[in-house]
Ligand binder design. Sequence first.
Ligand code: ZN
Length: 150
Amino acid sequence: MNDELFDLYQQMILDHGKRPRNFGEREDAEHSASGHNPLCGDKCRVHLDLDGDRIDRVGFDGEGCAISTASASLMTEAVKGLTLEEAADLFERLHRLVTEGEGADDPRLGKLAVFSGVRRFPLRVKCATLAWHTLIAALDGRNETVRTEA
Ligand code: ZN
C-alpha cells in the first residue's frame, strides 16, 4: 500500500469514526443484537429490519474507538440491500482482509478496503469486526443458514 492510499484510508476511518452514518438508538427494530469487545472497551448494538431476505433499514449505536465506530458505520452502508448470505459472505471477505491481508483489491469489499491496514495491529482486528459479529448475531436469531465466523 502506498502512502497516499494509506492517508486516504486513515482519513475515511477518522471521518466515519467522528461522524458515523446510520447512528442512533432504535427500539422498534425487527432484529437487534449487542456486541462487546472487552480488549478495547468497544460496545455496539446493531438493529435492522428485513425486507424479505434482504437487509433493509440498518443502524447501530454504542460507544467505541474510532476504528470500531468507523467499521460499524461503513458496515451499515455496505450491507443495506444485501441478502443475509451476501452479508455473511462480505463479512468473511472482510475478516480475511484484516487477519490475513487477502483481498485488498477485491471489488466486492469496496470502501471496506480501508481496513486493510488493521492487519498490522492484531489487537485492532476485534475493533474492526465487532459490528460484523453483532450483525451476524442479530441475523442468526432469524435465519439459521447464516454462517458465523469459523
Ligand atoms: Zn476498539
